[in-house]
Design a protein around this ligand. Structure first.
Ligand SMILES: [Zn+2]
Ligand SMILES: [Zn+2]
Length: 390
């Protein structure tokens, strides 16, 4: 919601930009010293089952940071885990990690950008300078020090997130990806997380031209994994899904064959279709059942590329991986972030190779985000992804 609350007063900013101290003093004279600090509307996590849209202080960027005015964001399955209390974050945190916006203010040291430019920021915001980042493990960024598991995921996890009118972007130099003029906000918003993660399932699985690939679950990430396998040159892409709407979308995203675990013996079917097992199986759900089926679906020497988020104990029956002698590869991937990744993904959309917009099935304002969470978390009305417009 743009409006008088979020609009704020730009005079102190103008004073800073022009180095004009007298102008700042003049502004104080006009408004009086007791003038309230600017606020913004934001979806704030207060505890399990309790996310509220309320007024919070609007941040200012420090060195290396940028403030963006969010023009579009979305809700991720991870946000639903947070809402349900299944993934712990501090009460008072603004949730969301998929921002599209316009640069509102740049902190000292951020160069090559201008206020007013449209930018996409990945869900994962690597610092670009720590040991993990410089080793190419951007998602495990330790923010200037060493490694930290999942450390690259900061928005709506350890820092305030994107379901707000404004968002402070850390390590802005490494994370602001300028959006080509020809692309709309809806064309790029799902690249921040869903498409980056889904594609990475196929990339980490090292899908080759002519491969057979089976993707377990066709939710938003699985659908993008299906599209990613097709883009990398798989000859046969099989999507595994029960939901009829998602089965149809799987075909639209590039699945040649859709298998329904409610009707088909999926592992047997994959082995039959591929004469022995898929080259790559991508797990995009995070359950013991799908992990095990994915493992059983690959051929000796095949790869299980896991995107799911698991809980409890994950077990591998010895027969499912040839007692450790089958030359299987199991690889996991957290969403790749950083501006270079976002730029690559936007090029794919601009070139017409990938269109994420069919995945956006519902649209809400920030004020309606409670309803958006209800629809999304209960999978009502055939929802795949919701677009949230502050
Ligand atoms: Zn996410
Ligand atoms: Zn780093």
């Amino acid at each position: 919601m743009a409006g008088p609350i979020g609009g704020g007063c730009h005079l102190p900013q103008a004073g800073v930009l022009r180095g004009d101290i007298t102008m700042v003093i003049a502004a104080r004279d006009i408004h009086g010293p007791a003038r309230e600090a600017p606020t913004m509307r934001a979806a704030v996590f207060h505890g399990p089952g309790d996310i509220r849209v309320e007024d919070v202080p609007r941040p200012r960027p420090g060195p290396g940071e940028a403030l963006i005015r969010v023009t579009l964001t979305t809700i991720c399955g991870t946000d639903v885990h947070i809402l349900k209390g299944e993934y712990p974050v501090e009460p008072g945190l603004i949730v969301g990690h998929e921002p599209v916006g316009v640069i509102e203010e740049l902190g000292p040291g951020v160069v090559g950008y201008e206020v007013g430019e449209r930018v996409l920021v990945g869900a994962i915001t690597p610092c670009g300078q720590c040991h993990a980042c410089l080793s190419g493990k951007l998602s495990q960024c330790g923010h200037g020090s060493g490694y930290e598991a999942i450390g690259g995921w900061r928005f709506g996890n350890t820092l305030n997130g994107a379901q707000a009118e404004y968002l402070l972007v850390p390590s802005a130099q490494a994370n602001l990806a300028k959006i080509p003029e020809a692309l709309t906000d809806e064309q790029v918003v799902l690249l921040a997380d869903i498409a980056s993660t889904g594609f990475s399932g196929a990339e980490s699985g090292k899908v080759r031209i002519g491969d057979s690939v089976v993707v377990f679950a066709q939710g938003p990430i699985g659908l993008c994994a299906t599209a990613g396998a097709k883009l990398l040159g798989a000859a046969t892409v099989m999507g595994v899904e029960r939901d009829p709407n998602r089965q149809a979308m799987a075909r639209q995203m590039g699945a040649d064959i859709v298998l329904d675990p409610a009707k088909d013996d999926v592992v047997a079917e994959v082995k039959r279709i591929t004469s022995g097992g898929a080259d790559v199986a991508i797990e995009a759900l995070g359950l013991q059942e799908t992990f095990e089926s994915a493992l059983r679906s690959i051929r000796p020497g095949g790869t299980l590329s896991s995107l799911g988020v698991y809980s409890g104990k994950l077990q591998m029956p010895y027969d499912a991986f040839a007692a450790g002698l089958g030359d299987h590869t199991i690889v996991t991937t957290l969403c790749p972030g950083g501006k270079e990744r976002m730029e690559r993904l936007m090029k794919m959309v601009a070139a017409g190779r990938f269109d994420p917009t069919p995945l956006i099935t519902h649209r809400f304002s920030l004020e309606e985000i409670g309803e958006a969470y209800r629809v999304f978390s209960n999978r009502l009305d055939g929802v795949l992804k919701v677009a949230i417009r502050p």
